[in-house]
Design a protein around this ligand. Structure first.
Ligand SMILES: [Zn+2]
Ligand SMILES: [Zn+2]
Length: 558
């Protein structure tokens, strides 16, 4: 059904997640009212020294806070809900999501004392209800976390379908399959006007394996570890994986022990909302580990990504409060390293091997499967939804391009597939999708507490990390045009002893010479003198060492 020519346009602003895996966030609006679709964070890699988190461009949302009516959380992964604590410091609006998703959000907001700002509104599979200015329908979807939702926005411009993160697992652990039949029905009537779909695995041929197949591998692996203690690392939010690990443990006569704060918390929440079933008799706290026969234990822990403070990392360093590993232990990584985490994961594996443990990972045995659909699954979604317009979302630029190409291959005309990046704003009218421009879409860096960390600071940290710094301290008397004390040169991370002393002396001499000349010429501006000192020092440093440390002149009066 074509929209009426005078129907209100729908505008979508992509605030993150298009151009990287992480910090997914979009604002979808009509007649001036906004619904925020996910608000995630991205973990900072080694190229961002000292940065704890990377957020979407929340400034735009905060500037438009009075127009925001609601937030929809599609599922509870960090790249979809991780920035909510930052956003909710500026907003007070209801958040819609499934019971499990909201349980995870509740914990996050309570931690930062912002729970009273958000009314958490639970949605059930196939619910249809008004959310802000939209009429929204929530459909079940399979992914590597339970209770995710596809959202269908019924708008005056037709149906906008957001796939959420998805795979098409036909034998999901909880039996809750992606509702393809409803998507097909929507495609028939009234039609899918615009599809926004997950591109994470758009460059991978074939289809992802069902989560259930992983369960069978884990069970047979556990059978092969007779007489040994088994420790399995997994994402704490991957409840279906935890279910299968627990089932395998119980089937092979082992007691499940959870280790790691988030593991314990998520297991508790998932058992409470009824999506994780472990008999009370089969699960114990880590505090009880010494009461149990090590050969009849399966420890499930955090740290599969080599996170510095996680339980597994502590074991690898021999610093775990609870477990000392030796050659009677088998450690299983039931995960793939997320791009960027490979080095950290390798270092944890090496540490575990050094303790004597047998280490098994997804490169050796099939103990993991992706939560994101590969090309065959994407083709299936496209062929069921038959969208009129398509914007690939959730992926690095190359993934978005691969998904665009896949849509072309499925018969979509090239002008109906719109490639967008972070910050891009599009509008859907009766004429179709148009690109309105960009609002920026900058990364927002967080270090420690909530707050912006500018690019300048990061640039400085990189320089300091690469070449160190050279500081020059000089006390001058401006009236008499003299140096009173110094130049004293202090450096760190620049060059090794014993060469250092000669280099520092050369820097001091060069600065002294130029400063004395300027002071004799009655230069009385401290900033100008600082610039002069910086140039003299920089020149000498570069001539002698070919390095580019940060030069910090400190010219003081008196
Ligand atoms: Zn996800
Ligand atoms: Zn995601």
């Amino acid at each position: 059904m074509a929209p009426r020519p005078d129907a209100a346009p729908v505008r979508i602003t992509f605030l993150g997640g298009l151009g990287e895996i992480g910090r997914n966030c979009a604002a979808i609006e009509t007649e001036g009212r906004i619904v925020v679709l996910d608000c995630g964070q991205m973990f900072a890699g080694d190229d961002l020294p000292g940065v704890d988190a990377v957020l979407p461009d929340l400034d735009w949302l905060i500037d438009n806070a009075d127009r925001v009516d609601a937030i929809i959380a599609t599922h509870a992964h960090e790249d979809h809900i991780g920035a909510l604590p930052y956003l909710m410091a500026h907003l007070s609006v209801p958040i819609y999501g499934s019971a499990f998703t909201l349980g995870m959000i509740e914990h996050k907001l309570r931690e930062v004392r912002l729970l009273d700002r958000a009314e958490l509104r639970e949605v059930h599979d196939r619910d249809r209800m008004p959310v802000g200015p939209f009429d929204c329908e929530f459909l079940p979807v399979t992914h590597s976390i339970p209770s995710g939702n596809i959202t269908a926005f019924h708008t005056d411009q037709g149906v906008i379908l957001h796939s959420s993160d998805f795979k098409l697992d036909l034998t999901p652990v909880d039996g809750r399959r992606t509702d393809l039949s409803r998507i097909g029905a929507l495609a028939n009537d009234p039609g899918v006007r615009l599809l926004l779909a997950d591109s994470t695995n758009a460059d991978r041929p074939g289809a992802s394996r069902s989560e259930k197949e992983v369960g069978a591998v884990i069970t047979s692996l556990m059978r092969g570890q007779e007489g040994r203690r088994v420790i399995i690392a997994s994402f704490a939010s991957h409840i279906h994986r935890l279910q299968q690990i627990a089932d395998a443990a119980v089937a092979t006569g082992r007691t499940v022990v959870t280790l790691g704060l988030s593991m314990r918390r998520n297991v508790k929440l998932a058992r409470e909302v009824g999506i994780l079933r472990i008999p009370d008799a089969a699960i114990r706290d880590i505090e009880d580990i010494d009461d149990l026969d090590p050969a009849r234990v399966c420890v499930i822990c955090t740290g599969s990504q080599g996170e510095p403070r996680a339980a597994l990392t502590q074991m690898a360093l021999g610093e775990s409060r609870w477990l000392k590993l030796d050659d009677n232990d088998t450690v299983v990584f039931s995960s793939h390293p997320i791009p960027g985490n490979e080095a950290a994961v390798a270092s944890v594996r090496n540490g575990l091997a050094r303790m004597g443990a047998r280490v098994l990972h997804s490169g050796q045995v099939d103990v993991h499967t992706s939560g994101h659909g590969k090309q065959q699954e994407l083709r299936t979604l496209h062929s069921v939804a038959v969208p009129e317009w398509f914007v690939p979302v959730h992926g690095e630029y190359a993934h978005l391009v691969a998904h665009r190409d896949l849509a072309h291959e499925m018969g979509m005309s090239p002008d109906r597939v719109v490639l967008c990046e972070d910050g891009d704003q599009i509008e859907l009218t009766s004429q179709g999708v148009t690109h309105l421009g960009s609002i920026g879409g900058d990364h927002l860096y967080v270090d420690g507490t909530v707050g912006d960390l500018g690019r300048a600071v990061l640039g400085d940290r990189r320089v300091l990390g690469d070449d160190g710094f050279v500081a020059i301290v000089v006390h001058v008397d401006l009236e008499r045009g003299e140096i009173i004390a110094g130049p004293d040169v202090i450096s760190r991370g620049w060059v090794e002893q014993p060469a250092l002393l000669a280099h520092e002396t050369a820097v001091a001499d060069a600065v002294e010479k130029d400063l004395m000349k300027a002071l004799a010429d009655h230069e009385e501006d401290l900033n100008a003198l600082s610039q002069l000192a910086r140039r003299a020092a920089g020149r000498t440093v570069n001539d002698r060492t070919r390095r580019r440390p940060m030069i910090v002149p400190m010219i003081r009066e008196g």
